[in-house]
Design a protein around this ligand. Structure first.
Ligand SMILES: NC(=O)c1ccc[n+]([C@@H]2O[C@H](COP(=O)([O-])OP(=O)(O)OC[C@H]3O[C@@H](n4cnc5c(N)ncnc54)[C@H](OP(=O)(O)O)[C@@H]3O)[C@@H](O)[C@H]2O)c1
Length: 306
């Protein structure tokens, strides 16, 4: 396959029923749109808007965002609203509540249950919507999971759903016990956890989601958060020869192989690769067309971080 050609659209990855909406399994993560705080300069506003509009042109109809994705002069929600309003039927926008960031970048990981309404309303205002499609309760101070009951927070979200402020509830960065706890309170449409070829600790959660008809939405699926990761390199981000080998056979990049591998983990897996780069966007969408053979999957399944 020719992996950089925009003729591959998000439909080639197949679809999933996310709550009351059918979405293509290749979506988009908005965290990288602004650039990151440690980048020398923010990404251009025009460039971010081009990426969002092109994503929708390519059939992306599931966008992940958060009110806490911002730099001093750019915010992901505001860029989405600017790029995509007036919203047509698409896309489904999933956001996250729980943490918040102050203007100076200070991070407050845990909102109280009674503070979630203000966070939901903040997302609605910023996105220019009347309600939110999917709201994930994001748990934890950083990238590791943290214990604690999430039942009260999930319960607070069900009240906001009853008020019509949101349609569906998801959870993020949770353990399997916390997912089970949430399911005691309400149906959950998605679990968004860190997962990928070399981040396999959530295989059990992925399986439970499959059994329960819940979307499993991995973040850092291309290995972006790994030490020394260079997702764009000619070699795999962690130097895994197997990934590069499979990529070479398909004329694909290691990032595409990693994305395709996650999609092969189950029909309920939805990809949300993050990028602020038009070329990477096209590659990521094209990864949904990559079909890995059983032998390739067996080779990749054997890959583990040393
Ligand atoms: N729930 C949570 O706690 C949580 C945490 C983190 C992220 N998220 C969500 O998950 C989404 C995905 O995570 P992420 O964006 O950090 O990580 P990612 O999707 O694993 O990787 C993004 C990184 O890879 C680069 N990249 C993207 N496409 C590429 C390609 N085709 N070839 C080479 N490099 C490529 C990006 O740089 P360029 O921009 O230069 O392409 C960026 O540095 C985020 O956007 C966000 O919506 C959720």
């Amino acid at each position: 396959m020719t992996t950089q050609i925009a003729t591959y659209t998000a439909e080639t990855a197949g679809t999933w029923q996310l709550g009351d909406r059918t979405v293509n399994r290749i979506g988009f993560g908005a965290m990288r749109l602004t650039g990151m705080p440690w980048d020398p300069a923010p990404r251009s506003r025009e460039g971010a808007i081009d990426v969002l509009r092109h994503a929708v042109e390519l059939g992306v109809d599931h966008i992940d965002t958060a009110a806490f994705y911002f730099l001093p002069t750019r915010a992901s929600n505001e860029l989405i609203a600017t790029a995509l309003q007036p919203y047509a039927e698409q896309p489904v926008i999933a956001t996250k509540v729980g943490p918040s960031r102050s203007r100076d970048g200070g991070w407050e990981p845990y909102a109280r249950p009674d503070q979630l309404r203000a966070q939901v309303e903040e997302n609605i205002r910023q996105l220019g919507r009347d309600h939110l499609d999917v709201v994930n309760l994001r748990w934890g101070s950083g990238l590791t999971k943290e214990a604690g009951s999430i039942a009260e927070h999930v319960g607070a979200l069900t009240e906001l759903r009853d008020l019509g402020l949101l349609r569906h509830i998801g959870v993020s960065n949770v353990s399997i016990e916390q997912l089970r706890e949430a399911l005691e309170v309400t149906p959950v449409v998605e679990v968004q956890n860190r997962y990928g070829l070399t981040e396999r600790t959530d295989d059990d959660i992925l399986a439970l989601c499959g059994e329960r008809g819940i979307a499993f939405v991995p973040f850092f699926a291309m290995g972006a958060a790994l030490p020394g990761a260079i997702p764009g390199g000619a070699v795999d981000s962690t130097g895994k020869l197997e990934v590069a080998q499979v990529a070479a056979v398909h004329g694909a990049t290691p990032s595409q192989v990693r994305l395709a591998w996650t999609l092969h983990r189950g029909a309920h897996v939805l990809a949300i690769p993050g990028t602020g780069d038009l070329g990477h966007l096209e590659e990521n969408v094209a990864a949904g067309a990559l079909r890995l053979t059983d032998d390739e999957l067996a080779l990749l399944d054997g890959v583990r971080l040393a």
